[in-house]
Structure formats: structure tokens, C-alpha cells
Design a protein around this ligand. Structure first.
Ligand SMILES: Nc1nc2c(ncn2[C@@H]2O[C@H](COP(=O)(O)OP(=O)(O)OP(=O)(O)O)[C@@H](O)[C@H]2O)c(=O)[nH]1
Length: 345
């Protein structure tokens, strides 16, 4: 009997659309299936790797740079090999691309892989319902990403009204005719949609795509047209706690081009020292998510800022100015009020 090949699914979507959230949902709802995960961060701190729940033995992380350019087929193969070895007992592999990756490059790499144990399993494109019209206007290449998708997840349905939702759905229908578009909130899709999707016509579509992609391989290695070529990132780490008021001042005045912030913040404030504040900014959206620090986890702030036309040195200096450098007692609780405004969903 032929050995079953492990499907490799590419999970893509623009910065902050909800890929890690969807991945965590899949991991928590995988039932008996074992999911191998490859995460890829644009910044040099592996925030995504730290945000993927409970993955230790079946996750590999490729930090610093988009997978589509920073890694070539043979390097990706090494990681896929690790996950696809029989001892790992993996049923499906999900590659979470960075929010600025070119999905077609990843697909091309998977199709060009020498690994006989894996097979390309499709592209899932996550779309942020609230941001899509604006993001698309700035990055028309997103239309192409949506058009390549086998499944489009229209995420953050909770953030838009009925009319806006319908308009984005219609637009996606035009961009990816005949493709499944699944509305979701917090990435809560039925895992069956991803793991068990093999209608015959899809295989044909993939074959055509592979041919085109491989023929265009040379052109594709000119990365100037890639989404990430216009973006810069700042990675900031500080063992010193952050001053909540100064940090809020910094966040409230973040420049327009600074589209995405993610990571964890350490505050030395009475009643909050034991909490790791996950921070997410996506466009105008800003949220903190407090959760206890892990046992033995180093208390430090680790942030990645990603944007276009940003002054990276000024941003770094701005964050450095938020550090509490003088050793003192914990700050009083009311200094956290500005942060707490952004805690509830
Ligand atoms: N309101 C709302 N927020 C969501 C939803 N899905 C994700 N988020 C929030 O959006 C932010 C970004 O989510 P992530 O899952 O980190 O997005 P991502 O695509 O992995 O981000 P990058 O890796 O930076 O590209 C987080 O604050 C999430 O909690 C949703 O359906 N509704």
C-alpha cells in the first residue's frame, strides 16, 4: 500500500489578520490529529513562536525575515524533514507565513521539495474583514494572494457591520471565484475545512499553479516586488520594566506607517508584576492581553514593530525612553489605567 503523504498547508494573510490566532484554534481543536507547525516571523524576535500554544516537539521556528526570501527550498526541506519523519507521527503540517510573505514562493518551495513524505496541501489566506479594503488599496498584490487561495478565511467578522461584511465577501468572491470563503471570528473555523479537502478539481488547480510558478522561478527571485520589500522592522528587548504611562504615550502617538506591533510587555506595577501583557496593534487597533508569566519565564519586554516609511531609530529611542531604569519600588496601580483601557475585547 502506498505510504500516506503528509499534507503541508500554507497559512498566509497580511500582517495582523489573525494567522496565529487561527493556528492556535486549530491546535486546540485538532482532536486526534497531530499538527506539525512551522512559524516564520518577520522580525528577529520570535513572537509567533512564543504565541503558539503548547507546541514544543512539533514546531520549528524560522525567525528573522520572510520565509519566501530568507530560506531556500533545501533549507525548508530540512525543517519539513524533521517534522515529516515517521517518529514525529505528524498528520498535517501547517506553515504559518509571516504577514509579509509571498505565498506563491512558499508554495513553489513545497512543490519543489524532494521529500517524498509530504505533499502540498493548499493555501489558506486569512483576511482581516475590518482592514481589508484599506490594506488592499495600499497593497494590490493582496488580490493575487487571495486569488491563489484554496480557502479564504474572512476573519474578524465581529469587527464589522453587516453591510461592510457583505461588501468584503462580494469582493473576495470576485477575486477568488468559486473558492470557499469562510467567515470567522478569532479564527474559529472547522479544522475539517483545512485537513480534509481534496476535491479533484483542486488538484488540477494546484498542478497549473506549480507549472507557472516553476517556470517563473527566475523572475520570482527578484524580491523588489514583494510586499516586505517596502517594510522595516524594529526588534526591541528590555529586561528593565516598562513605564505604563510612557508606553501608552508612545503607543497613542505611533506614526501612521507603523502598521503592526506585537510582543509582550513587562510592567513592574503593584498587582501587575505577575502578568505578561501580550500587546497587539494592527493599524488603529490596539489591545493588551494579560496572562500569568510562565513558570521560570524571564520577565522582559519583547516587541516587534513593523511598518512602512518608519524611522526605526526614532522608534527604538522612543521605546528605550519608556524603560524604568532607576531601581525603585513597584509603581502604584493607577499608573496602569491607560493600559487597562485596552484590555477588553
Ligand atoms: N476582534 C477580533 N480580533 C482578532 C480576531 N482574530 C485575531 N484577532 C486579534 O488580532 C490581533 C492579531 O492577531 P494574530 O493572530 O497575532 O495575527 P497574525 O496574522 O498572526 O499577525 P502577524 O504574525 O503579525 O502577521 C490579535 O490582537 C488578535 O487577538 C477576530 O476575529 N476578531
Amino acid at each position: 500500500m502506498a505510504k500516506r503523504q503528509i499534507p503541508v498547508i500554507v497559512l498566509a494573510g497580511f500582517l495582523g489578520s489573525g494567522k496565529t490566532t487561527l493556528l492556535n484554534h486549530l491546535l486546540s481543536r485538532s482532536g486526534g490529529s497531530r499538527i506539525g507547525v512551522v512559524v516564520n516571523d518577520f522580525g528577529s524576535i520570535e513572537i509567533d513562536a512564543m504565541s503558539v500554544a503548547g507546541q514544543v516537539d512539533s514546531m520549528v521556528s524560522l525567525g528573522n525575515g520572510c520565509l519566501c526570501c530568507a530560506v531556500d527550498t533545501s533549507e525548508l526541506d530540512v525543517f519539513l524533514e524533521r517534522l515529516a519523519r515517521p517518529a514525529a507521527r505528524i498528520d498535517v503540517i501547517v506553515i504559518e507565513a509571516s504577514g509579509l510573505a509571498e505565498p506563491q514562493e512558499l508554495i513553489r518551495m513545497i512543490l519543489a521539495s524532494d521529500n517524498k513524505n509530504i505533499v502540498y496541501g493548499g493555501l489558506v489566506e486569512v483576511v482581516d474583514a475590518a482592514e481589508f479594503p484599506r490594506t488592499r488599496a495600499r497593497h494590490p498584490e493582496l488580490d493575487r494572494h487571495v486569488a491563489l487561495a484554496d480557502l479564504v478565511v474572512l476573519n474578524k467578522a465581529d469587527r464589522v457591520g453587516e453591510e461592510e461584511h457583505r461588501a468584503v465577501l462580494d469582493e473576495l468572491g470576485r477575486l477568488a471565484p468559486g473558492r470557499a470563503v469562510v467567515p470567522a471570528s478569532y479564527g474559529r473555523v472547522d479544522p475539517e475545512l483545512l485537513f480534509d479537502r481534496k476535491p479533484p478539481e483542486r488538484e488540477e488547480a494546484i498542478r497549473q499553479l506549480s507549472f507557472e510558478d516553476l517556470v517563473r522561478e527566475e523572475e520570482c527571485h527578484d524580491h523588489d516586488g514583494h510586499l516586505h520589500s517596502a517594510y522595516d522592522s524594529v526588534a526591541f528587548t528590555s529586561p528593565a520594566p516598562m513605564d505604563p504611562r510612557r508606553l501608552m504615550e508612545f503607543l497613542d502617538h505611533r506614526p501612521d506607517g507603523l502598521y503592526r506591533i506585537k510582543g509582550f510587555v513587562h510592567f513592574a506595577v503593584t498587582g501587575h508584576r505577575g502578568k505578561r501583557y501580550a500587546l497587539h496593534a494592527v493599524g488603529d487597533f490596539l489591545r493588551f492581553y494579560p496572562a500569568p508569566w510562565g513558570r521560570g519565564e524571564e520577565r522582559a519586554t519583547r516587541l516587534v514593530l513593523i511598518g512602512t516609511g518608519i524611522d526605526t531609530e526614532a522608534l527604538r529611542a522612543g521605546l528605550e525612553a519608556c524603560r524604568v531604569t532607576e531601581p525603585a519600588r513597584d509603581a502604584e496601580e493607577h499608573t496602569m489605567w491607560g493600559v487597562l483601557r485596552y484590555v477588553h475585547a
